[in-house]
Design a protein around this ligand. Sequence first.
Ligand SMILES: [Zn+2]
Length: 719
Amino acid sequence: MKFHILAVALALPLYAENLKTVDDFAAAAAKANAVLALPDWEHTPEAVDATTKNAIDTANKALDQIGAQDLSKVTFKSTIVALDDLDWAASNAASRAVVIKESNTDPKVREAAENAVKTFQDWMVGIDYREDVYKALKAFANTKPKLTGEDKKVFDETMRDYRRAGLDLPPDKRKEVEDLRKQLAKLGTDFDSNIVNAKAPVVFTRAELDGVPGSFLEAPGVKNTPPAGAEGNTESYTVLANVTWQFVTVEENARNEATRKKLYVVHDSLAKDANRPVLNKMIELRNKIALRLGYKSWDDYQTEIKMAKSGAGAKKYINDLISGIQPTYDAEVAEIQKMKADDTHDPSAKIGVWDWRYYDHQLVKQKYAVDKQALRDFFPFQKVIDGMFNIYQSIFGLKFEKITAPYKWIDDLQLYMVTDAATGEPLGMFYLDMFPREGKFNHFAEFSITGGKLLANGKYQRPVCTLLCNFPPPGADKPSLMTHSDVETLFHEFGHCLHEITTRAKYGRFAGTRVPGDFVEAPSQMLQNWVWDKKVLDTFAADYRDPSKKIPAEVIQKMNDAKKATAAVFYRRQFAFAALDLAMHDAHPESAQWDCVDISNPVLEKVFLPIEPSTTMVTYFGHMNGYDAGYYGYAWADAIAADMATVFEKASQGYLDKQAGMKLRNEIYQQGDGRDVAVSIEKFLGRKQSVEPFLKKIGVKGGGPETKKIAPGPTKEQP
Ligand SMILES: [Zn+2]
């Protein structure tokens, strides 16, 4: 890869200099009434601090202005729009701080940005309690304004935010809610720290780890040094139950059931003593807050602003999926149970939570062996990027052009301008920062930098965003070769980028990916399908040593079969997590003593597999702070993703279909949350939503009595 870049640079020295700049798009932007601007990046800790201070001062002045106006003269513009304006400006500064924190190469600048992010977060919570601002908004609401469309939506939802913060309540009750929220935030921090700090080394002998790959046993820190002077076989190994890859490797490979069970019990008891009381208190506080605010439960409070709309809606959805998947799940468990029975010579052997990873892994290895490492030869980084760009440009009617980045935090940072292919209208820009380095964000994600918004002068601010990824760096004599899972991640993350950039939502709070949490992942989850399709893969995946070689059809078939073969167990576990989360945050009387483990363990066992009763899985379930009463959103978005994919699957060109692509861009991406996403989904589908495509995808054939019970879509009960 390095060689490749060098060769291009040497052969085409003018190429780099000839890249366009943002200014080259000024005329096109003016014609389209669009504003194009790259952020003014801060380069020093002092600059980060100064920006934070300025952004907050400016926003506070704007808040003061809203609060100080004559209440008899309030208008939509002087209240709701003014609030969106200042929130948008402050959010852009905060987003930039997030990106600097995650990507800057100077630890001092990163540290300053981390402080800036905290400062912004605290300040944003405080806005909820600006009584003067609320009075002005309330005065406007009291004029009973006749609004429509996006204006009505922004008005309704702004007022809803204040109501949800407790501003509608009498002062003493409001103060109580504010205090409860502060206590809850503090407990959330404790809950997270207890998870981070939970460490559980488990020592095994070589025999106990039979089946575990040698590369794992030789990994640094796993093999213990025998005590000085020890004789005989004293080999021992330390497995950290709290380190996911170590836990998963042993659970997937250890032949010995006792080993798997021992490690699982330790893993599912992590943070048991520390977090059980903390989570109990959190549930109690959440329940109190919900009741004070007039909701029946925390489920209802959390889902009100999502597609699910109510706890009952989320529960019904998950329960329908649980029963819908039952036949496939039973068949899959029966298959691995038979493997265990053969293995243990015990015909009555049952699969426990500690067994499924092992037998699923064996099943895939035996029946659908695909050499994941060899597959990487078909995915050289630049070819994958170019291939994905070609597909997305074609189906979404876009053009991506690499342009000069005035400021680069790393040498190989790339900047692209996105324009509409038909009209040349500039739509926005994205950065690519794709390889790992010390101190950088260590997952894969899309980050917004500048949000889209219709400005007061009538021009539209086009968005800027970035991907921060960690693909395998190029080797000395090889390009960067991606795994199939990396390619899937890239197609997913870049989808968020398109959602961001093609937006036309009027208000900052609705633009791009600022859609309900149980929907935001759906379009990107849908795009993951692309990389499991031979027709799509053949457009770019080729052996880097001999590009005439494509991935054989039978390999792609096997990959798909393997995914399907274990899908029911995978999803049923997801549904179990969703169900136990909803059960914990269900309605319960304030006086009742509810214990998180007593509620969640029976659900886990009922929906998923037998557990060891002493375990406390929820005490180490990080999602319970932040995704509380929200875990169902994964399955929810998965079902919508499968449903939306059918529009492409039925189109003449399949996943490469331009008409379907333009429909996605116009009805989903462009709308953001400016229109109810349920409406956008139905417009894209051209029909009501259905969970059937999702059930089909995970192997439920359809037609059985269970599948007929499935409701056509999410229910809409109001709390
Ligand atoms: Zn995502």
